[in-house]
Design a protein around this ligand. Structure first.
Ligand code: ACM
Ligand code: ZN
Length: 722
């Protein structure tokens, strides 16, 4: 008897010790649940262990399986999944719609014996499952092991879930991510991983951009040439849209069977796929297959360049309108999505202005231009509204890019605001539903670090995680009633400069963490530091799943970005002509504040000038001897930014009468030259003067540039004098 009690006592001690060492779940995840109430009794835990069972009610078997799979990924063991029949212990998944007042809401109730995940609907339960998954102590597990093997030999596979209640619900019903597999094709398995990434971030709308100038990506049975010819280009422009091309055939497409599989894969993860057929611009790949659908009749090639092609669908040709209707109908046969995206962005009108068919159509429809929009703009509205009717006839709604506001767009169209938030604001005021996806905050194809020399080349721009996190999707200019039209928030990933799926992931994460905080929570108070701490845990999950991600927020960059103090540093400076308004920031003082220009042209550390020289006068405050002037300029030829053509240095004793002491011409950067940040230095005979004037002129865009004839931009920073 005594012996037995000693054995029991020892067993008790051992189990108590083991318990203390068990890793503990942490509910501070991304997105942050709205309410977490932990039990007062700190010793209360539910112990997750290999013998734990997952029970489901209400047909939630797939959600239960997901939870088992996720636990296997993280802890190294899958849990048994069964239908619930009143068992007292385990994890229980069920629907209790009457307990919630909105869709997708969930509650997790953790007691020592049971974890109950109840949802307003199956999606709510799924997000509860995601929250439980993200709370697990992934750091305690050896992620170098393949999934399914982790934790197996470590003897510490159990973990403790602190008792309490988590209540959570989304702020926006539409939580989107976009992907462009047209500029660079992404295979089906990669797209599935993208959907997994979305599920991990509680996102529910996948905007799948399936047609472009550079490639058509969806099989359409009625028009087989679209994928036989239109899915492949014979080469691709090198760098930022220069005049050099590779000769590597690039392309691919998704068959309808593959897409059905993808739709099912997404639906299991409570993600809707919104297909986009971009009209009537961005259609050159289709025109390459059916040249009679363009205004000039072609010939056209599947485009090998980036940008906006002048060749668009002929709006005056019934055949091209019938083509679009057929395509949309086949797309709707395939995709059950309540939304169909019909594009509408970046449609130049130069062909329509000259096309007899388009002009005849304008006449036939009695279209007139007015002070706001041209008759060709209204012709585009005619195309978009006609296609909206085709979509609405089948009980769906159209989404269009904000350009479709330029004309008389039908009120039922949902506006996707990408050129800033202005389009979204205007649309909401007019009563349209709106999705906010402004390039200023949510274009994940932009740089996420100022140290662009260390980043994979991308389209340009500067959009660090901080900027995403600070985005306010509900503009203060709108009334509360109007704000209700903002149904969602979305980030876009265009792939002109993103050729691999690993690079897509790098651009997406951790910016998706900031995005989901906006979509799911849109917190009034934002705490970036606390957010970064929660991102660290997400990064462990990214490591676990071998996702590529950017780590700038975890490793703040330390580089020397100041110049050696010189005669000009922080002396009074004036500009004879101000920079472009968008690129003025603090104004002239940026030019000699001692900090070097860094990052992309819109990083706030460059002043931008276009069509006139930068002309700065620095007052050295006393006469000084000098021999050198140096400055930096940024070159990004695809973004119309060239190096300066010439620099002149003048000096003066009185600030009024200047004499030239140096002049230097700078040869124009060619497509064979790299883009980047360059220093330019002028040396001259020693002079003594109090005032220095530096005049930096720009080039006009050369003949081999798509903007030929326009002035190039110059972006200048940090003028040094010594
Ligand atoms: C877009 O970025 N052209 C919608
Ligand atoms: Zn035409």
């Amino acid at each position: 008897m005594k012996k037995i009690s000693i054995v029991l006592f020892v067993a008790f001690i051992m189990s108590a010790c083991t318990k203390e060492q068990l890793p503990v779940a942490d509910y501070n995840i991304i997105p942050q649940p709205k309410e977490t109430h932990l039990s007062r009794d700190a010793s209360g835990y539910f112990t997750l262990q290999p013998s734990t069972k997952i029970y489901f009610e209400d047909g939630l078997q797939r959600e239960a399986q997901f939870l088992s799979e996720y636990i296997n990924d993280i802890m190294g063991y899958a849990l048994n999944v069964q239908e619930y029949q009143g068992q007292p212990n385990g994890i229980v998944l069920k629907l209790v719609p009457e307990d919630f007042d909105q869709a997708e809401a969930y509650e997790i109730d953790i007691t020592p014996k049971q974890v109950t995940i109840k949802g307003a609907d199956a999606a709510g339960v799924f997000y509860g499952v995601q929250t439980l998954r993200k709370s697990l102590p992934v750091s305690s597990i050896d992620s170098s092991q393949p999934t399914g093997q982790r934790g197996k030999d470590k003897g510490e596979t159990n973990c403790q879930l602190p008792c309490g209640i988590i209540r959570d619900w989304p702020n926006f019903a539409y939580r989107g991510m976009h992907l462009d597999p047209c500029r660079h094709f992404m295979d089906l398995d990669s797209v599935k991983i993208y959907l997994d990434m979305m599920a991990l971030h509680n996102m529910n709308q996948f905007h799948f951009h399936l047609s472009e100038d550079q490639g058509w990506r969806i099989e359409i049975k009625k028009y087989p040439e679209l994928t036989e010819i239109g899915a492949y280009r014979s080469g691709t422009v090198i760098g930022h849209n220069g005049n050099l091309y590779d000769t590597i055939r690039h392309g691919g497409f998704y068959t309808q069977n593959e897409l059905r599989d993808l739709i099912q894969y997404a639906a299991e993860r409570h993600i809707n796929i919104i297909p986009e057929i971009d009209l009537p611009g961005h259609m050159q790949a289709a025109l390459a297959c059916y040249p009679n659908m363009g205004c000039t009749g072609g010939p056209y090639e599947v485009w090998r360049r980036w940008g906006v092609s002048d060749d668009v669908l002929c709006a005056g040709n019934e055949e091209s309108m019938q083509f679009v209707e057929d395509v949309l109908n086949e797309v709707m046969d395939l995709f059950p999505s309540p939304y169909i995206h019909i594009g509408g962005d970046e449609c130049p009108k130069v062909r329509w202005e000259k096309c007899p068919k388009c002009q005849a159509k304008i006449k036939e429809l009695g279209i007139k231009g007015d002070e706001r929009f041209s008759k060709e703009d209204y012709l585009q509205s005619y195309v978009m509204n006609r296609m909206a009717k085709v979509v609405e006839a089948r009980g769906r709604r159209v989404i269009g890019w904000d350009e479709i506001l330029e004309g008389n767009v039908s009120e039922t169209a949902i506006i996707m605001s990408w050129r800033g938030t202005e389009g979204g604001i205007e649309a909401a005021r007019k009563g349209h539903d709106v999705i906010m996806a402004p390039s200023s905050h949510l274009y994940f194809d932009y740089y996420q670090s100022e140290d662009i020399a260390s980043e994979p080349m991308c389209i340009g721009g500067y959009l660090p995680v901080e900027r995403v996190y600070e985005f306010q999707p509900l503009p203060g200019e709108l009334t509360t009633e109007q704000q209700k039209h903002i149904i969602g928030v979305q980030a876009n990933i265009w792939t002109e400069y993103i050729a691999s799926f690993r690079h897509v992931q790098y651009m997406a994460m951790p910016r998706m963490d900031a995005l989901t905080e906006l979509q799911w929570n849109n917190p009034k108070e934002r705490d970036f530091e606390a957010f970064v701490e929660r991102c660290r845990h997400m990064a462990q999950l990214y490591d676990l799943y071998h996702y590529t991600y950017a780590d700038h927020i975890f490793n703040p960059q330390v580089w020397s970005d100041t110049v050696v103090p010189n005669l000009a540093t922080r002396k009074p400076i004036t500009l004879r002509q101000q920079p472009a308004e968008k690129y003025t920031y603090e104004g002239a003082i940026l030019l000699n504040d001692g900090n070097l220009g860094r990052g992309a042209y819109n990083s706030g550390r460059w002043l931008g000038f276009c069509g006139y020289p930068m002309d700065a006068v620095i007052d050295l405050e006393q006469a000084a001897e000098m021999q050198h002037v140096r400055f930096h300029a940024l070159v990004n030829k695809g973004a119309w930014i060239y190096n300066p053509s010439q620099v002149k240095v003048l000096v003066s004793d009185d600030g009024e009468n200047f004499r030239e002491v140096a002049q230097k011409d700078i040869p124009i950067s060619t497509w064979a030259d790299r883009d980047g940040i360059f220093a330019y230095e002028v040396e001259f005979e020693t002079v003594t003067a109090r005032y220095v004037e530096v005049v930096i002129s720009g080039y006009d865009l050369p003949e081999d540039h798509s903007g030929f004839g326009n002035p190039a931009w110059i972006f200048i920073d940090e003028i040094e004098v010594w």
